[in-house]
Write a protein that binds this ligand. Structure first.
Ligand code: GDP
Length: 523
């Protein structure tokens, strides 16, 4: 199947992680412009405010399933790009984390005035744990930002990753003059007088312009050349293998809003971002993307909030083989045969139904309730089961009850199904057996509450428990008397004991008192 090999080699599937307002939407728009998908910026998704928490349900109801911004597929250069959305703000949820399980590399966008912010750090931890290659873009260079050295330093020390600057800013804000592009041995000029002056080649040694140019009169020029010298003497070596292992991040500077440095970034990224990777099975073997039998896994399920359309859409990342519309597959968990006919794909610039998809691509399968997050589907006779998706440590907890005590049966059914589907995590208090929901984002509670009412006809009461730190303990080391007023003991859905600590202080107190008990986190 030469076709399969060719197709998958062109795929680049990635996510953009950032803290809200760093410029993720703006850079995505510039990419779509570069890919010729849109003609003007501002068309990708609703602007700020649309996704405010209170509006969310209403928006979902009005527009039905919102798949358009979850995955964007388009062509750039000779590559087919799949960008997977990792929602932040109030839309932050376990889906945001799980999406990172379906990409081959990640772009991290950082506001160069602010540096590393909390949400970036959280998402980065997951990326690092999975050894996903990561590329850094310091954005908003058209504004006064922090010193480039300072930013790179913070990146390395806060995130514990090595950095390799691919280009270096010549000034920022009002005095931004350009980018010293070490990698392409040229200077990219900010607001050049003519298109011909956009890129100025460096000399053979890479330390001065090849031709005389007014830029050399700029007082910043000598300063930047000194900095480059320092980088070359004391900085990291460029090491492609280290990039692919996620140990070294190539660093770029630019300004998404003024479309400066974005094209250079994207085309260099395309040179190094990996093609679709093999994936581990539950038994530890690898499924290669070139394996001609189709296989994929579900990393996200989006319920339709419209009561007239109770279907859901399961997002499947293709791992191997070729998807063709109408093909028969097996849903591994239930050993159930399904025909994949009602499937959407996500080409950003065409409405037509794409008939084929390849490793790296995402397909959206309309589902009436068969799928759970983490499910494997495969074609052919040989059964495939991919390794389980990780569980994430929840940070928010709510006690949950049915408002009406006569609704216990549907309450239990709803909770069980929604937990199984991966909507939210559930714990039970060790003593009282009361239900406690855990999530990484507020949105998960809202979706849970909404679906309980609309799909299971059960109103629920959610009672916030304040911030908690969840730590798993080994059942053999557990003594239920370790529970106190500051650490609630609960069971997770596999009956494993978990302590919910009020704060880091309470956790330290516990560790001092029981030094032999190991406290574990999930991802
Ligand atoms: P997101 O929350 O990460 O998706 O951020 P947005 O792309 O929506 O950007 C947040 C704000 O920063 C918007 O007002 C953008 O216009 C602005 N912005 C994004 N990139 C740049 C940039 O390069 N320079 C400047 N000055 N503003 C930018």
């Amino acid at each position: 199947m030469a076709n399969l090999e060719e197709e998958l080699q062109t795929r680049r599937t990635f996510a953009i992680i950032s803290h809200p307002d760093a410029g993720k939407t703006t850079i995505t728009e510039q990419m779509l412009l570069l890919g010729g998908v849109v003609r003007e910026a501002g068309t990708v998704k609703g602007r700020k405010g649309n996704f405010a928490k209170s509006d969310w349900m209403e928006i979902e109801q009005k527009r039905g399933i919102s798949v358009t911004s979850s995955v964007l597929q388009f062509d750039f250069d000779d590559k087919r790009i799949n960008i997977l959305d990792t929602p932040g703000h109030e839309d932050f949820s376990e889906d945001t984390y799980r999406t990172l399980m379906a990409v081959d590399s990640v772009i991290m966008v950082i506001d160069s005035a602010k540096g590393i912010e909390p949400q970036t750090k959280k998402l980065f931890e997951i990326v690092k744990e999975r050894h996903i290659p990561i590329f850094t873009f310091f954005n908003k260079l058209d504004r006064d930002g922090r010193e480039a050295f300072d930013l790179v330093d913070e990146l390395e020390s806060t995130l514990g990753i090595q950095a390799y600057p691919m280009n270096w800013p010549i000034g920022s804000g009002q005095i931004l003059a350009g980018l010293y592009d070490l990698y392409h041995k040229q200077v990219e000029v900010y607001r050049p007088a003519s298109n011909a002056e956009r890129f100025l080649p460096l000399n053979e040694a890479g330390n001065d312009l090849a031709q005389a140019n007014a830029l050399q009169e700029n007082p910043l020029w000598d300063e930047v050349r000194d900095e480059i010298e320092l980088l070359q003497d004391a900085g990291n070596e460029f090491d492609e293998d280290a990039i692919l292992r996620g140990e070294l991040t190539p660093v770029f500077f630019g300004s998404a809003l003024t479309n400066f440095g974005v094209e250079t970034f994207l085309s260099t990224y395309m040179d190094y971002a990996p093609a679709p990777a093999p994936k581990k099975t539950a038994t530890g073997t690898l499924v290669e993307p070139t394996d001609e039998n189709f296989a994929g896994f579900v990393f996200k399920i989006q319920a339709n909030m419209d009561p007239n359309h109770r279907d859901r859409i399961a997002f499947v990342r293709i791992v191997s083989g070729e998807f063709t519309r109408g093909m028969d597959v097996t849903l591994q968990r239930l050993n159930k045969k399904l025909r994949l006919s009602n499937v959407t794909q996500f080409m950003a610039d065409s409405r037509e139904n794409v008939q084929n998809a390849y490793p790296g691509d995402i397909i959206g399968v309309y589902d009436t309730g068969n799928f759970q997050i983490g499910d494997t589907i495969y074609a052919g006779k040989k059964a495939v089961e991919f390794e389980e998706l990780p569980t994430f440590t929840p940070e928010m907890f709510m006690r949950v009850r049915a408002k009406n005590v006569l609704k216990q049966k549907s309450f239990h059914k709803g909770v069980t199904q929604l937990v199984q589907e991966g909507t939210i995590q559930m714990y039970t208090a060790w003593d009282s057996g009361e239900y406690i929901l855990g999530a990484v984002g507020q949105l998960q509670f809202e979706v849970f509450q909404f679906r309980m009412e609309n799909e299971y006809n059960t109103e629920v009461t959610l009672e916030p428990m304040g911030a908690k730190t969840a730590r798993w303990v080994n059942a053999e080391q557990l003594d239920p008397r370790m529970a106190s007023s500051r650490n609630l003991l609960v069971r997770d859905r596999n009956d494993a004991p978990v302590f919910l600590f009020e704060n880091a202080f309470a956790e330290r107190w516990f560790s001092d008192k029981y030094p032999d008990v190991e406290l574990e986190t999930k991802l």
